[in-house]
Design a protein around this ligand. Structure first.
Ligand code: 8IG
Length: 279
């Protein structure tokens, strides 16, 4: 069995045991318990520097994900994702610099392994960030939007068995209220989850608008469900980095999308830092 197949085999055979094994290494390397975890989506990485800027926090450890059980090898040699433990105020935050998506084809257990590991490492609050397309025409590029609910269009759940989890308060109303006490200007929206990797057609976006979606992206939803099923509270924040297909007439280009995210990330760092301070 190749290295690539082995980690997936381990993960699929025992997802929670693999998460516990990864969490044990994180606890040992960081020397702390974590109260909160963040998954940094594309374009959000630059926000992380705000957590430690000006002595606001301290980086305790950085572990390459490849060295933890159940995480995939880096897609580009030397550019693997990592997980940092950062002390922010009086909290220890576990910060994932990267995530796995359904469209990568590694299976749903790999997609939610990070949040399961975070919860095993102590996190009771999971903050999921992403970059996404804006369907609601009131949104502008660069705008952060709190996820208030989702529509899963993938038909894929991270849960198996007769596990009938209630999702009526999946995106915690309590946490959204806390965030809006810091920034009352923040909008809230419904996030549609699209498998990708191709973006939607204009007709698919019209359908999503009709069924009540404001945002569309290829992440977050499986992680939110997995975290909620394990009893963690979930906060989801989307950064609108492009108008969804057919909304503005412009074509969608991944590099333009990333550039738009980068420009806004600086603003997101202090918001996340202040939010963690209120938990
Ligand atoms: I960034 O327009 C980003 N991610 N599905 N559609 C989908 N995912 C996205 C989009 C988008 N923009």
């Amino acid at each position: 069995m190749s290295q690539d197949q082995k980690y997936l085999h381990d993960l699929q055979a025992d997802p929670m045991g693999t998460a516990e094994a990864a969490a044990a290494i994180i606890r040992e390397r960081s020397g702390v318990n974590h109260q909160v975890a963040l998954v940094m989506g594309s374009g959000w990485i630059d926000a992380v520097s705000a957590f430690t800027a000006g002595g606001a926090g301290e980086e305790l450890s950085e572990i390459p994900l490849i060295s933890l059980p159940g995480f995939p090898p880096p897609k580009v040699e030397g550019h693997g994702a990592s997980v940092k433990s950062i002390r922010i105020g009086d909290k220890n935050a576990l910060v994932f610099l990267g995530r796995t998506h359904i469209y990568e084809g590694l299976g749903i257990a790999a997609v939610v392994h990070g949040v399961r590991t975070a919860i095993k490492a102590g996190a009771k609050i999971i903050i999921l960030t992403n970059a996404c397309g804006g369907i609601n025409s009131e949104y502008t590029v660069g705008q952060p939007v709190l996820i208030k609910d989702h529509i899963s269009l993938t038909g894929i759940s991270p849960l198996t068995g007769a596990n009938f989890v209630d999702l009526t308060d999946l995106y915690s109303a309590r946490l959204r209220k806390l965030v809006k006490s810091i920034d009352p200007s923040l909008a809230e929206g419904v996030y549609a989850h699209w498998r990708g990797p191709a973006y939607e057609t204009p007709a698919e976006i019209r359908m999503m608008r009709t069924i009540g979606a404001d945002l569309v992206g290829m992440s977050t939803v499986p992680e939110a469900i997995a975290a909620h099923a394990l009893g963690a509270e979930v906060l989801g924040i989307s950064l609108v980095t492009n108008a969804a297909a057919g909304i503005s007439g412009a074509k969608l280009d991944h590099h333009e999308v990333l550039a738009a995210g980068k420009a806004s990330a600086a603003r997101m760092g202090p918001l996340l830092r202040d939010v963690i301070g209120t938990f």
